[in-house]
Ligand binder design. Structure first.
Ligand code: FES
Length: 133
């Protein structure tokens, strides 16, 4: 039986703010120890979360244009699927996707346990949700 590092893989949900703080077709950035995560809200009100780095040259996807269930990177126009982080062909590549849930209007991201603890700690020290409309 393999038990090594099991506790490091346990997912944990971390509250990152209210849906109402993200404009329709907009995004907010959540700073974490593993880098910034962009939380998107589509025109239909769906919430998605991706690493805030474009698979092309690392541009901030949170600064892109949200349309349908995609975001177009503001730097060179690559389109990224919000539900899985994959670039729309003919472009190739992907950025990490994070599971999201919304309860009573509050957004939570699924992060690994040890990362979640650090996010929670930093949230107590400072307001860790910063925004880019
Ligand atoms: S960095 Fe996003 S399209 Fe080039």
């Amino acid at each position: 039986m393999i038990q090594k590092s099991v506790t490091h893989c346990v997912p944990e949900w971390v509250e990152v703010g209210s849906v109402e703080n993200i404009p329709l077709r907009g995004a907010r950035v959540v700073s974490t120890p593993i880098g910034d995560i962009a939380v998107f809200r589509t025109g239909e009100g769906e919430i998605f979360a991706l690493r805030d780095r474009c698979p092309h040259r690392g541009g901030p996807l949170s600064q892109g244009i949200v349309h349908g269930r995609r975001v177009t990177c503001a730097l060179h126009g690559w389109k990224i699927e919000l539900f899985d982080g994959v670039a729309v062909p003919p472009d190739q590549g992907c950025t990490k996707r994070f599971d999201v849930r919304v309860e009573d209007g509050v957004i939570s991201l699924c992060l690994r346990a040890e990362i979640a603890k650090k996010v929670c700690r930093s949230a107590e020290e400072e307001n860790h949700v910063s925004g880019h409309a």
